[in-house]
Design a protein around this ligand. Structure first.
Ligand code: AMP
Ligand code: MG
Length: 402
């Protein structure tokens, strides 16, 4: 057990060895969702570009507000007004530019207009109901930094400064190989005895898509040394990173680790993690390689904890550690383990404070993929830790992972 590498240490080593892609492409803004910024974007304009009204109402000088004021102009959004004559008010609508000379807007609910003369009730202070020019973004400000994964609101922000295209890193190409003589593709007929459908290919394709990376499908590789070597070499030539599932243990039918050692270099192998101990990491020629275990739950957990941050780094993103929430355990962990364990749990209750309750999925076997599909989070149980029912436990929401 003591030879197993702790998860945090493995992650630090893996991240330190990542050389991010440098190639950038320019994409139209509408096609840039989920891509990673290759530039830091600086605004050349103020947003908003004018002081403008936050209300439908009347623009005036605060010091004039105590007497009835003739309405000297009408200003709608999109059309600039004229200089406000002292002692008058302008009818104004939300988003319209404040006319020069006015310093306040009174909401229409506090005004009464008769025969084009407006009277205002209540106190009026200079600046009220005016959104100042540049209150969102000032000219010269960096609005988004290089390495940012673009979210919908970021596309809106870029549009607000007039950008219609943006420079992003080209999506990472990730080759996926599923090893195992027992594997059958769904759709290719019923299973014979001792066979099972290849689920890892689909889990990994989905995880990569949610990272906006290109899934380079290398199919099923039989448990044979030469075929494995050839498949690994081909995959490495086609992709920025090779991910395999299965075949990284020590059995006679496990060829991936041995072939990677032949074709490149194995940097680490076997982590203090449960599920997923036999994870391997290294290079095939110059292409980074992540060898995930075969068990479907191990694939999910090790991908999310080790491969995902590594791939993000290759893609140019410096992602902070996965956020964790605090929940109360509705279960106990009686026997301390030597490995960091990621229990699949469902959550109920309020998300703040002690209101969140974590319940353990009944079967935590690494072969039971239902435990991931039917859970909300991974509860992190550090090595050598026991847990009594009702004690706090940290959880990682699955929604933050895919
Ligand atoms: P291995 O690491 O190759 O010994 O595989 C460990 C377990 O995971 C075995 O029970 C395999 O049948 C299973 N397994 C391996 N690859 C896959 C896959 N692509 N889809 C579903 N199960 C798999
Ligand atoms: Mg196998």
């Amino acid at each position: 057990m003591s030879a197993l590498l702790p998860v945090e240490e493995a992650l630090a080593q893996v991240l330190a060895s990542a050389s991010p892609v440098q190639d950038a492409v320019t994409l139209p803004l509408l096609g840039a969702l989920g891509h990673v910024l290759a530039e830091s974007v600086v605004s050349s304009i103020d947003v908003p570009g004018d002081d403008n009204s936050a209300m439908d109402g009347y623009a005036l000088r605060a010091r004039d507000a105590s007497s009835p004021l003739p309405v000297s102009q009408r200003i709608a959004a999109g059309t600039p007004g004229c200089e406000l004559k002292p002692g008058t008010a302008a009818r104004i609508f939300t988003g319209a530019a404040i006319p020069p000379g006015a310093d306040a807007v009174v909401m229409q609910e506090n005004c009464s207009e008769q025969d084009q003369v407006v009277s205002v009730s209540g106190a009026v202070t200079a600046g009220q109901n005016i959104r100042p020019r540049g209150q969102d973004i000032g000219a010269g400000a960096t609005v988004l930094s290089q390495g940012r994964v673009l979210r919908p609101q970021d596309l809106g922000l870029l549009a607000s400064i007039g950008r219609d295209s943006v420079s992003v890193y080209r999506p990472l190409r990730v080759a996926v190989l599923s090893t195992g003589d027992e594997l059958v593709e769904p759709g290719s007929g019923p299973l014979h005895s001792a066979q099972l459908y290849n689920s890892n290919r689909y889990t990994l394709a989905g995880l990569l898509r949610s990272l906006n990376m290109e899934f380079v499908d290398c199919g099923i590789v039989p448990d044979d040394a030469d075929t494995t070597a050839q498949a690994l070499r081909d995959a490495a030539a086609r992709a920025d990173c090779v991910i395999t599932s299965g075949g990284v243990s020590v059995g006679e039918e496990d060829h991936v680790k041995t072939q990677v050692e032949r074709l490149g270099q194995l940097q680490l192998w076997k982590l203090a993690i449960k599920p997923g101990k036999p994870l391997a990491f290294g290079r095939i020629a110059d292409t980074p390689f992540v060898g995930l275990p075969g068990n479907p739950t191990s694939v999910f957990v090790t991908f999310c904890l080790i491969a995902r941050p590594f791939l993000r780094r290759l893609q140019g993103v410096d992602e902070p550690a996965l956020p964790r929430l605090r929940a109360r355990a509705n279960f106990s962990v009686d026997r301390p383990g030597g490995r960091q364990e990621y229990l699949r749990v469902t959550l109920a209750g309020a998300s703040a404070g002690d209101g969140l309750q974590a319940s353990r999925f009944s079967n935590q076997s690494s072969g039971v993929l239902s435990s991931v599909s039917h859970s909300d989070a991974l509860a992190v149980i550090p090595p050598a830790t026991t847990l009594a029912e009702g004690e706090p436990v940290e959880v990682i929401l699955l929604d933050t992972l895919a």
